[in-house]
Design a protein around this ligand. Structure first.
Ligand SMILES: Cc1ncc(COP(=O)(O)O)c(C=O)c1O
Length: 339
């Protein structure tokens, strides 16, 4: 089925830029690094979820919903972008925030994305750590429906076949940008969490006849579980797109070496990566997703995984507001470095 046949609302400023990072590439002495600026999708500080929400909220509107329900960790970028999209479209927004990361202090609990969720008009419900956040959100949806509302559940991270279409669009956008510049993209590196970004990208490249390898750098899940999660969503997205057969085997690659002690827990390599991107290119990453993905990119380059002359695209999926939630981690690292 043609992508244009799926209901979609315009939320993102597209296409996002595909830019070289010459100073960082030179500093690392490896391949040419390009960055795909999905941190600049344009809605309330941007990020990858805005592309997914174009399809998800169109689906909600088609179903006659008046309230969007979604869930995430306290500093969820997905929740903030959902709140912004609801504000733009005049939909009510109810969000569950799970305290998955603890003891990070007042900035973590109240600044960054949390501050913005409230400013954007979402109704925030806090939850302790739960076994299954999607199930928790489903039971909340049932409560709202029983009270006469018309709720629509956007799954955690916006990762369903509907949401993954946003990254089918992104892959095709990159194929066109590369074609226009006579550029061959040899590899894409992206942070992977709820799987929709990676599954959509892989489906998009493959179905465009441009099978670019994509490595997902895990931010929480062990590699085998992450690969299985992306493969399952890839198959479902493939079916939803109406593509024939099954996606070829072996398309999904993940690497869990850069998680550190856990989801949202800072690592030295993340701090180094965020600092290098800031100081060599003026690009702001985030501590939870893109900082760890960039730590992966840097380590793979230092290990010699990419040749000189190759082009590696780092997909910047956003998350910048979380920097303000991790103020103390960066300040502690800076003062340790100066002593
Ligand atoms: C900044 C950022 N990057 C990457 C991801 C991971 O994307 P996905 O959940 O589609 O795997 C997220 C998810 O919340 C995110 O907020």
């Amino acid at each position: 089925m043609q992508l244009s046949a799926f209901p979609r609302v315009a939320l993102a400023a597209l296409p996002t830029a595909l830019e070289p990072l010459p100073r960082l590439s030179r500093h690392l002495g490896g391949p040419e690094i390009y960055i795909k600026r999905d941190d600049s999708t344009g809605l309330a500080i941007g990020g990858n979820k805005t592309r997914k929400l174009e399809f998800l909220l169109a689906d909600a509107i088609e179903q006659g919903s008046d309230t969007i329900v979604t869930a995430g960790a306290t500093q969820s970028n997905h929740v903030r972008q959902t709140a912004a999209a609801c504000a733009r479209l005049g939909l009510a927004c109810e969000v569950l925030l799970e305290r998955r990361v603890t003891d990070k202090g007042v900035d973590y609990d109240h600044n960054g994305n949390v501050l913005l969720d409230e400013l954007l008009g979402a109704t925030v419900h806090h939850r302790p750590v739960v076994d299954d956040l999607d199930a928790e959100a489903e039971s909340f949806v049932a409560e709202l429906a029983a009270a006469g509302r018309k709720p629509y559940l956007v799954p955690v991270g916006g990762s369903s076949p509907v949401g993954a279409l946003g990254y089918v669009v992104c892959a095709r956008e990159m194929v066109n940008q590369a074609f226009d510049r006579h550029l061959t993209i040899d590899h894409v590196i992206v942070a992977t969490g709820s799987a929709g970004t990676q599954a959509g990208l892989v489906a998009g490249f493959e179905s465009a006849g441009a099978p670019v390898p994509v490595t997902g750098i895990c931010v929480g899940r062990p590699e085998a579980l992450m690969v299985a999660k992306v493969e399952t969503l890839l198959r479902r997205t493939w079916d939803y797109l109406g593509l024939r057969g099954d996606p070829p085997d072996g398309l999904v690659q993940a690497n869990d070496t850069f998680i550190g002690p856990g989801y949202g827990v800072p690592t030295d390599a993340m701090i180094e990566a965020v600092t290098l991107f800031a100081r060599f290119e003026g690009v702001l990453l985030d501590p939870v997703y893109t900082g760890k993905a960039a730590a992966g990119l840097i380590a793979l380059i230092r290990e010699g995984r990419f040749r000189r002359g190759e082009t590696v695209v780092f997909l910047h999926t956003g998350g910048t507001p979380a920097l303000f939630a991790y103020r103390t981690s960066f300040q502690e690292a800076a003062s340790a470095a100066s002593t």
